[in-house]
Design a protein around this ligand. Structure first.
Ligand code: G
Ligand code: G
Ligand code: MN
Ligand code: NA
Length: 254
């Protein structure tokens, strides 16, 4: 069967899974997670999003798939809210371009929040720069409606796209996520190091939070900290894992 047909069945057969990667503060305490989609394929085993999200974008199935991700993420938020140790954890959810542009996107997010009872202030939607440049008025309108309900927005993979600073100013963004390619190179090249420093300075001057992605070493962690970054994600702190395997006590040091 084609991947497309398989993926459609995956939704019906409940083969999709959310894995969660921790986001930590300066002390290495978990403050939230990013939800990362996986497909538990009956024959092929665990499949990463790189192998099926682009295809789902092309076919339009991403709309349904993205809605499933939001549902599952919000249900998990509610489960965590029932335990004092995990009650304030934030949940970042990746949103694809086609999903965001869909006319029913805002209503879909609000419906999931309503049905699940999840706290909208704990939900952060990750958008990428490239999806925000076209039809900017509509983009701003959608973001503004969701923000009015408390939902936050991050710009994912920041620095790799095309966004101009004037767009950045127009968009009601809360957070920039420094792309992991810059973090990877920041102690190897001055070029990457100055890009990282510039993003942190930019975020600070625009009153945006900043998260460094792909932190793999203590040296990167310290350098980022010295530049003024106080939120981190990466293998140093933990890989994405099913909820049951995460050590998520709020305040637990790495
Ligand atoms: O988990 P992994 O590191 O393999 O993720 C690879 C890419 O897939 C990342 O760029 C991530 O943004 C994307 N991705 C992961 N989960 C989702 C999801 O639920 N929806 C969308 N649209 N993209 C996702
Ligand atoms: O594009 P996005 O940030 O949504 O994708 C997250 C991706 O980054 C996932 O595929 C995840 O597995 C990967 N990732 C997370 N932490 C690290 C890390 O420390 N190093 C590397 N190389 N990849 C990471
Ligand atoms: Mn992301
Ligand atoms: Na990213």
């Amino acid at each position: 069967a084609s991947l497309e047909a398989d993926l459609r069945h995956a939704l019906q057969r409940d083969e999709l899974r959310l894995y969660y990667q921790p986001v930590v503060d300066a002390a290495g305490r978990v403050t939230g997670v990013e939800a990362l989609l996986r497909w538990q394929h009956p024959q092929r085993g665990l499949i990463g999003p790189g192998e099926f999200v682009p295809q789902a974008e092309k076919s339009g199935l991403i709309v349904e798939l993205g809605q499933w991700v939001l549902e599952a993420a919000c249900r998990q938020l509610v489960r965590w809210s029932e335990d004092a140790d995990s009650a304030r954890l934030t949940m970042a959810v990746n949103v694809s371009a086609r999903q965001f542009r869909h006319a029913a996107f805002v209503d879909g997010v609000l419906a999931v929040l309503d049905r699940s009872g999840a706290d909208p202030r704990l939900l952060k939607l990750e958008l990428t720069e490239s999806m925000l440049v076209a039809e900017i008025d509509e983009v701003i309108a959608k973001m503004t409606t969701l923000k009015a309900h408390g939902v936050g927005f991050s710009l994912d993979d920041f620095g790799t796209g095309y966004s101009s600073l004037s767009y950045l100013k127009l968009l009601p963004i809360d957070q920039l996520k420094i792309d992991r390619s810059f973090v990877h190179d920041m102690l190897l090249t001055r070029h990457a190091s100055s890009i990282v420093r510039s993003i942190i300075t930019l975020a600070s001057s625009m009153d945006l939070d900043v998260v460094a992605e792909g932190v793999e070493t203590r040296e990167q962690w310290s350098a980022l900290e010295a530049f003024g970054c106080h939120a981190f994600q990466g293998y140093l702190f933990g890989r994405a894992a099913p909820a049951a395997e995460l050590a998520l006590e709020h305040g637990k040091a790495v």
